[in-house]
Design a protein around this ligand. Structure first.
Ligand code: FES
Ligand SMILES: [Fe+2]
Length: 431
């Protein structure tokens, strides 16, 4: 459990909150590039950590992230005209560039008091890995690089990037990714489905059997410069261990533990919208080959576990408002939850904890040790920032080039040996 004060620290990211200030020292994904695909295309509203902003791509292709409301009398710039290298407010025609500078004021005589002096809020942006990233912290602390996640370093045909709306506090979802013990329950097919003849599970049946048969994985950790690796070891067949190796990357990224050697890698980043909702950016990449058309189609449809079937606005079709299309019949006969899709099962569990979880009421167990470590690290970092120490990890962009995944090893290996065997380095950093 956490104290009420620490729980508050962990969930609040608006301006002038300690975690909000910490997040703002890092580049954060704020949209997919595909949401503003072309010069002078329609601008979009984005709310990031409680700040209402407008994102647009100007005539030259440059991206601007500015205050959503006009400096004159507050009209919503979402309704504005994106034209000739700026957003023009529809109320009285004031026009803003990507830096938030008001460059035209047709209702103000030249030489009048305000001319050339109006500046609305604007944040620097970069595009990386098909996402638009923004830096919303103090200018003097701005890191040169966005986190160099491997997904952004492979050729574009080798990756697939999307996002989905999570209707609860960001930390529920982050903790859900670090809590790899839940797989033995939440994602299990019904026992009657666990046979090699069932085409839905045949390919994974061995892994599912190991997961089901060992619901108390042993967790160990390797710390590194920008987070840590969580290693969860389960008994496999014979004298082997099935390891699930998850990356936690400060402050809000994770690389998943599912990929066996030569499989596609997956990762997540969470950007709070408000304290009660966040965007989860979900990405897949293969270091050596393109993602095939067939794989893209399956991802689009919510296949392969990491992706949910999405409706308009990147809202999952199975969501909080419809109980994730829970079928009690399927819960009896086909799966532990009666909800289709691993991503949707995760989302259900996380959102079912409420909009903001009260961690003072928890009863943690030894398999929650990854979550405990995450909370301690991020709260220590936040408290250090409050004491005047800016986060080092924000300036170590290259250290984010890490992998996570699964491994089958001899049972006497320690986590560092497993990491070297699986990824070539004990931290999973790709050289
Ligand atoms: S409110 Fe925008 S120009 Fe008047
Ligand atoms: Fe899960």
């Amino acid at each position: 459990m956490l104290s009420a004060a620490d729980n508050e620290l962990l969930v609040r990211t608006n301006q002038n909150t300690p975690l909000g200030e910490y997040f703002r020292h890092f580049w954060q994904p704020v949209a997919l590039s595909e949401e503003i695909p072309l010069p002078d295309c329609a601008p979009i509203r984005v709310t990031v950590m409680g700040e209402e902003l407008l994102l647009f791509r100007n005539s030259a292709g440059k991206v601007g992230l500015i205050d959503r409301y006009c400096g004159h009398r507050g009209a919503d710039l979402f309704f504005g005209r994106n034209e000739e290298c700026g957003i023009r407010c529809i109320y009285h025609g004031w026009k803003y560039d990507t830096d938030g500078k008001c460059i035209e004021m047709p209702n103000v005589p030249p030489g009048a008091a305000y001319h050339d002096t109006i500046q609305i809020k604007a944040y620097p942006t970069q595009e990386f890995a098909d996402m638009v990233w923004a830096y919303m912290g103090p200018a003097e602390s701005m890191p040169a690089l966005v986190p160099q996640l491997e997904v952004g370093l492979v050729p574009s045909e080798n990756r697939y990037v999307t996002k989905r709306l999570i209707e609860c506090n960001w930390a529920h979802s982050m903790e859900g990714a670090l809590d790899t013990a839940h797989f033995s329950f939440l994602h299990m097919p019904a026992p009657s489905q666990m046979n090699d003849d069932n085409p839905n599970v045949a390919a994974d049946v061995k892994r599912l059997r190991w997961l089901r048969n060992d619901p108390t994985p042993r967790f160990t950790f390797v710390d590194h410069e920008v987070g840590f690796v969580i290693g969860g070891a389960r008994h496999a067949d014979e004298d082997e261990h099935y390891w699930r190796l998850t990356q936690y990357l400060l402050p809000n990224h994770s690389i998943t533990p599912s990929s066996m050697p030569n499989e596609i890698y997956y990762g997540y980043s969470w950007t709070p919208i408000t304290d009660e909702a966040c965007w989860m950016y979900v990405y897949a990449w293969h270091p050596e080959r393109a993602i095939t058309a067939e794989e893209r189609t399956r991802f689009d449809q919510g296949g392969y576990g990491q992706f949910a079937a999405l409706g308009p606005g990147y809202l999952p079709l199975r969501n909080r408002s419809n109980n994730y299309l829970l079928s009690r019949e399927e819960q009896r006969t086909e799966s532990f939850t009666g909800i289709r899709g691993i991503a949707e099962q995760d989302q259900m569990a996380q959102e079912s904890q409420g909009y903001i979880l009260d961690r003072t009421k928890e009863h943690l167990t030894p398999t929650d040790v990854g979550i405990v470590r995450f909370r301690k690290l991020i709260l220590d970092e936040v408290k250090a920032l409050s004491a005047g120490n800016t986060p080092k990890a924000a300036h170590l962009g290259q250290a984010y080039r890490t992998r996570g995944g699964g491994a089958l090893t001899a049972d006497q290996l320690q986590l560092e040996e497993v990491m070297i065997e699986r990824f070539g380095t004990k931290t999973g950093v790709v050289n």
